[in-house]
Design a protein around this ligand. Structure first.
Ligand code: SF4
Length: 214
């Protein structure tokens, strides 16, 4: 995998303005801000994927959170103590895939090992609901990313994502609505990651052309 190509893709992603509704929303949120973060700069742009370029495991979310990744500029980062980012990072830490169990800012010291985090849609959508047209417009970035992450052997799809091909292990999204109601418990996400890791580390598994499965 050419790291330069992945970085070039990320530069294109953060400059993207293909979806007028999402561009307006992400920038409006970045101006308005949440009271708790009113003195902080907001990213307010598309959020690229991040993690280990040699990852064998890919975790795919739906889209950045308005006051989480749209604020910090990093996937699954900064959406609060009980947000999806910390819930997921605690599970990745228990699985030996992250060096710490929280994710709050770009300079929080977090490192990921063997796992890469990305999303179907790169801009925060109103109500966390992108339209089908917005998903279609953004999906090519995910396809390109998958093509460059050539070691990926298993995918954990968080939320209502449906794509077939190389092993997909689906889980409820670690949103507050799911984690605070017990629909998704830490043990359940541990089990999902353990299953995905077993597949990702299967001996003799050949990398497959993931981009063609989207
Ligand atoms: S959602 Fe994707 S395609 Fe639409 S503006 Fe953001 S980065 Fe571009």
């Amino acid at each position: 995998m050419a790291l330069g190509k992945l970085e070039a893709l990320h530069r294109r992603v953060v400059d993207c303005r293909r979806c007028p509704r999402l561009v307006a929303y992400r920038e409006e949120v970045a101006q308005r801000k949440r009271a708790a973060h009113r003195h902080e700069p907001y990213w307010g742009r598309p959020v690229p994927g991040w993690g280990d370029p040699q990852a064998r495991l890919l975790v795919v979310g739906l889209a950045p959170a308005a006051h989480g990744a749209n604020r910090t500029g990093r996937m699954f980062t900064g959406d609060g103590p009980y947000g999806a980012g910390n819930f997921l990072m605690a599970a990745l830490h228990r699985a030996g895939l992250a060096n710490q169990p929280f994710s709050c800012s770009q300079d929080d010291g977090l490192s990921l090992y063997g796992v890469y985090l990305t999303a179907v849609v790169r801009c925060a959508p109103p109500g966390h609901r992108p339209t089908p047209e917005e998903i279609q417009r953004c999906i090519p970035y995910l396809a390109e990313e998958l093509e460059m992450l050539q070691q990926v052997q298993a995918i954990v799809a968080l939320g209502r994502l449906a794509f077939a091909g190389t092993v997909v292990v689906a889980s409820y999204h670690p949103s507050r609505q799911n984690t605070q109601t017990g629909r998704l418990t830490p043990q359940m996400l541990d089990d999902v990651l353990a299953l995905a890791q077993r597949w990702a580390n299967k001996k003799g598994a050949e990398p497959r052309p993931l981009s063609r499965t989207l």
